[in-house]
Design a protein around this ligand. Structure first.
Ligand code: AMO
Length: 424
């Protein structure tokens, strides 16, 4: 008998089927054994008479008849008559997988990530993320973008800052890439519109719920733009398309979380940083320090976007030069065409228009007391005719976590890396 998946059982009422999966949960009641079987598509209750059910997480095959059962999860169950143990668990699971609750004891859940990942919500998180990435790729492919693959071992920092990982590269110093930034720009000179899906590395010193040392960066870069508006137009259409894809394919996964899909029927508001700061002060009596928006200010500008525009997303534009990397296109009054996108209170994107003129780039490096010599390979390409261009990067774990209402970005990555975690 060939294997069917739990999700297919609704079409098999009254039939004999064979299921293969894991012992998600088990219970003995009188002479009757209940085995909750889990496979990649869901869980189902299997009812046995007089059968010893093996330990949680044992890998098993169950054969039986599919019957309607109003009280059972999913409205059906399996009246089972045989149980084959494919691979028996040799010790109890270190955590109670069916009780999955990642707000309690995050350290334990992460320590045993190889098994906590099997939880239904953890599994769903990975599926939703895969679907977001699929939506990212398919939208961009349809818009004439080409996927690129750039090095993660690099000679210089792209983003500046102190959060670079050093690597011994044949006796010389190299770094793990913080972003494909400079390479994706170079590739605009080749393919005009490019994107990349790849991990990047940040030696983050602060231990927060939104920072990982390794995260999946969804990068986009496009040539022949007029301004940063073109970049925002593209990102807005892209995100709406990604959300539509998730809504279509992941209804069940979304339903497991206390969340709803964002409103994609509105235009995402765009507000210059200075105006955002003034508005937050006036409306919510909060004064944000520094040149950027701090996390509380991000939360408040998002609140404004939701209250005034019914939007879960808001673009913050016109960042000052001092708050942006050297490659950001400068405009008058010390401002730039650099922008962020905030989703449900947290920044998920930085981006904007870039400098495409060689001399201006050298000037921007010098302004920031950076050595143009260290960027000679990158600068070279700007002597060979680069079009006006711009782009952005979305942190895949952040968008996944915010979409599902997961409060710690670590749980939106299968095997998170942070200051205190290098395994599993
Ligand atoms: P930035 O450094 O702002 O910009 O990063 C872009 C997006 O990546 C995500 N992100 C992170 N996610 C998890 N852990 C981290 N430590 C972390 N750091 C950043 C966030 C952030 O918005 N080159 C530019 C992008 C561009 O201009 O195209 C860049 O890397 O979601």
């Amino acid at each position: 008998m060939s294997r069917v998946l739990v999700s297919e059982l609704k079409n098999k009422l009254g039939e004999e089927v064979s299921l293969q999966g894991w012992v998600h949960n088990r219970r003995q009641l009188g002479g009757i054994g209940f085995l909750i079987l889990r496979d990649k598509s869901g869980i189902v209750q299997c009812v046995f008479e007089k059968t010893e059910i093996p330990l949680h997480e044992s890998c098993v095959e169950v054969v039986g008849k599919v019957v309607g059962a109003k009280k059972a999860p999913g409205g059906l169950e399996l009246h089972a008559h045989s149980l084959n143990i494919i691979s028996e668990a040799t010790q109890p699971a270190p955590i109670e997988i069916p009780k999955e609750d990642w707000h309690a004891n995050p350290d334990t859940l992460l320590e045993y990530r190889h098994v906590s990942l099997r939880g239904v919500k953890a599994q769903a998180t990975m599926k939703v993320q895969a679907e977001l990435v699929k939506g990212f790729r398919s939208f961009l492919n349809n818009q004439g973008f080409t996927e690129i693959f750039t090095p993660k071992l690099v000679a210089a920092s792209a983003e500046g800052g102190a959060n670079l990982f050093e690597v011994d590269y044949y006796g010389k110093r190299a770094y793990l890439a913080q972003s494909p930034q400079l390479y994706k720009q170079i590739m605009v000179g080749v393919l005009e519109r490019v994107f990349e899906v790849a991990p990047v590395y940040r030696a983050e010193l602060s231990h927060t719920s939104r920072h990982l040392s390794e995260y999946l960066s969804l990068d986009v870069e496009m040539g022949f733009i007029d301004s940063d508006s073109d970049v925002m137009d593209l990102e807005e259409a892209l995100l709406k398309s990604m959300m539509r894809q998730v809504a279509e394919v992941c209804q069940h996964e979304i339903s497991l979380f206390d969340t709803s899909l964002p409103n994609i029927d509105v235009t995402f508001p765009r507000i210059p940083l200075m105006e955002a700061r003034a508005l937050i002060k006036e409306k919510y009596d909060y004064e944000t320090g520094g040149k950027d928006l701090d996390p509380e200010a991000e939360r408040l500008i998002s609140r404004w976007a939701k209250e005034e525009h019914d939007s879960d997303f808001v673009f913050v534009t016109h960042y000052p030069q001092a708050a942006r990397p050297f490659y950001t296109y400068p405009i008058e009054n010390g401002l730039t065409r650099g922008l962020d996108l905030i989703f449900r209170g947290v920044e998920i994107t930085s981006g904007g228009q870039r400098v495409h003129q060689h001399d201006m780039l050298v000037e921007e490096l010098e302004k920031r007391k950076m050595d143009p010599e260290a960027f000679s390979g990158y600068l070279e390409v700007f002597k060979h005719g680069m079009p006006p261009h711009g782009g952005f990067a979305i942190g895949a774990e952040r968008i996944t976590a915010l979409l599902l209402g997961i409060s710690n970005v670590r749980f939106a990555r299968a095997f998170p890396r942070d200051g205190s975690r290098l395994q599993p």
